[in-house]
Design a protein around this ligand. Structure first.
Ligand SMILES: Cc1cc2nc3c(=O)[nH]c(=O)nc-3n(C[C@H](O)[C@H](O)[C@H](O)COP(=O)(O)OP(=O)(O)OC[C@H]3O[C@@H](n4cnc5c(N)ncnc54)[C@H](O)[C@@H]3O)c2cc1C
Length: 540
């Protein structure tokens, strides 16, 4: 197999991966350069589609404070946030957001040139910065993407996915096996710092706001390499995705910021209902709004509820939400006149690879940043717009941490790594799988059994089914193409979510069980790890 060596290899080109590459290049002289490898085009990611904004606890907003943001985050996180991580990330936001502005990110400003801040659910004050009205993700990723392309220290490989990590017998990560979708070839990259910035798992669910690539690849890679995986049962279902018909699976998001500007949820009879569920009504934490909508839909045997934005000034609506207005307009919905049909959809992965704010994982040489990581910022329920902040702060801190590390590519490889390489060099059977159907079956199972409201019986049924699906799909390691790799990764990730959801015999944040409605007095993380040949070992 072809091989190459880099000082640092970053997998994924969303906000976390792009910004990490840029900061590393600016901070450190790296003799063997930086590789940024991504499985579709550069910048195609969840980040690109982020709408509402990014939390900015910055000096330009003197009414805000780190303490206020920390308290809001801890409250939404339902007892499971790591207070130190929350404080660290919040405190770093001033420096990092201002660095983003210097890097060319254009946040929206008023007519006097001052930054404008908006409100989102469960935030005490207006602190959300946005770009292009409701195209914040595009504003951030486009600016970073341009800088990355101009940077000679960064090599970009597109349409190539990491499919296994090279971990030696000392449990050190020394690189990865890549699969290139265009050439259909595997290759090896060696490095002493492998950074996973592979994003979330929304595509495990039938209805999701996430684009096609969000298949949990990083979770599969890290779990199979022996890293600790944390709190995977906490999947955030966004309350308001555009619900045109049951067949519309990848759903366009109607940002929380629309409710922040005053839009109201109404049921099929046209009645506002949120007052029944929470005193903050439409701006209650996401899990509460999602369950309220779910409950209205179930009661009415409906497929959706509606978001009425017609009371918002027309000019403001089109200025603040041009992307949403355009997308709805294309479907015949003039949002200034007609209510928007909405329903919940899988949106964000609170858990992930257990990592520090600098991205350190339980495996030396392996780092995780962004949505794929679980730093303790989000706890059991993410506060809106905290995720983009986590991406950029952790990328920034990772670069700072690695500037003190020895980043020489590995000098020798051992038998463990040789064996992995052999697996990917050997031919495999050309047995044909109908991967699209297999993926759809998995997504339906996850939606029906591991969704917004869960029960032990449904979770157990899902676990049995997933294990059967794993047994039927023989490709546990080398696969024939990208779709097969994604399906392989989805199966592992689904099993982890279900196993941790079954073990959590309480309801907390986004994890709601009909058979265990109480929230336990002690908040405990779920940590899971693969050891030797034994699967799914819990670690305290
Ligand atoms: C529609 C939508 C709206 C959102 N709005 C907001 C918002 O307003 N504010 C906010 O804070 N958050 C928002 N979020 C969440 C936020 O966008 C994400 O949490 C965040 O962007 C994640 O960034 P990331 O860099 O960690 O991952 P991503 O942006 O998802 O990037 C992951 C990258 O990894 C690549 N990849 C995956 N697997 C592999 C592999 N095996 N090999 C190679 N490459 C791989 C992908 O192709 C992609 O480039 C939104 C999310 C969605 C989907």
């Amino acid at each position: 197999m072809k091989y190459s060596e880099y000082s640092v290899v970053i997998v994924g080109s969303g906000a976390a991966g792009l910004y990490a590459a840029l900061k590393l290049s600016q901070e450190i002289e790296l003799p063997d350069g930086i590789l940024l490898v991504t499985k579709s085009g550069l910048g195609e990611s969840n980040s690109l589609y982020a709408q509402g904004g990014i939390v900015g606890v910055i000096h330009q907003n003197p009414e805000d404070s780190v303490n206020c943001h920390v308290q809001d985050t801890l409250k939404a996180g339902a007892g499971l946030c790591d207070a130190k991580a929350v404080e660290y990330i919040s405190s770093a936001s001033d420096e990092v957001i201002n660095d983003l502005i210097s890097s060319g990110v254009k946040f929206d400003r008023d007519s006097t040139g001052e930054l404008t801040f908006t409100l989102e659910a469960a935030h005490s004050i207006k602190r959300i910065l946005h770009s292009g009205g409701d195209a914040t993700g595009r504003g951030i990723t486009e600016a970073l993407r341009q800088k990355v392309l101009e940077d000679d220290n960064i090599t970009v490989i597109e349409n190539s996915m990491a499919v296994e990590l090279l971990v030696d017998s000392d449990k050190e990560c020394k690189g990865a096996i890549l699969y290139n979708e265009l050439t259909e070839e595997h290759e090896i990259v060696y490095t002493s710092a492998l950074v996973l910035a592979t994003g979330g798992v929304g595509q495990l669910y039938q209805y999701t706001t996430n684009p096609e690539g969000a298949t949990g690849d990083g979770i599969d890679l890290a779990y199979n390499a022996g890293a600790v995986i944390q709190d995977m049962e906490f999947i955030q279902f966004h309350p308001t995705a555009l619900a045109l018909s049951p067949n519309n699976k990848n759903r366009f998001l109607i940002s929380e910021a629309v409710r922040g500007e005053g839009a109201k949820l109404i049921n099929n009879h046209g009645d506002e209902f949120m007052a029944k569920y929470h005193d903050k009504r439409e701006l209650a934490p996401r899990d509460i709004v999602t369950r309220a909508i779910y409950s209205e839909m179930t009661r009415e045997h409906g497929f959706n509820v509606f978001l009425n934005a017609s009371m918002i000034d027309h000019n403001k609506l089109s200025r603040r939400f041009p992307t949403i207005a355009k997308k709805c307009g294309e479907q015949g919905i003039d949002i200034s006149k007609k209510p928007i049909p909405v329903a919940p959809a899988a949106h964000y992965t609170m858990g992930g690879i257990k990592a520090t704010v600098e991205g350190k994982t339980s495996i030396n040489g392996l780092y995780a940043i962004g949505e794929v990581a679980s730093t303790g910022l989000h706890g059991a329920n993410r506060l809106a717009s905290n995720s983009l902040l986590e991406c950029v702060v952790c990328a920034y801190e990772l670069a700072d941490y690695l500037s003190f590390a020895n980043l020489m590519p590995p000098k020798k490889i051992d038998n463990n790594i040789r064996q992995i390489i052999e697996v990917y060099s050997a031919p495999i059977s050309d047995e044909d799988y109908d991967i699209q159907t297999l993926k759809q079956n998995l997504k339906k199972l996850m939606w029906n059994n591991v969704g917004i409201i869960r029960s032990g019986e449904k979770l157990q049924e899902a676990l049995t089914e997933i294990q059967k699906m794993k047994a039927d799909f023989k490709r546990t390691r080398k696969c024939l193409n990208k779709d097969e790799y994604e399906y392989r990764n989805m199966l592992t990730t689904a099993e982890l979510i279900i196993t941790e959801a079954l073990a959590r015999k309480e309801s907390r944040g986004a994890h709601c069980r009909s058979d265990y409605k109480q929230t336990n007095s002690q908040a405990i993380h779920s940590n899971i790890k693969k050891q030797e040949n034994k699967e799914l070992i819990y670690v305290k």
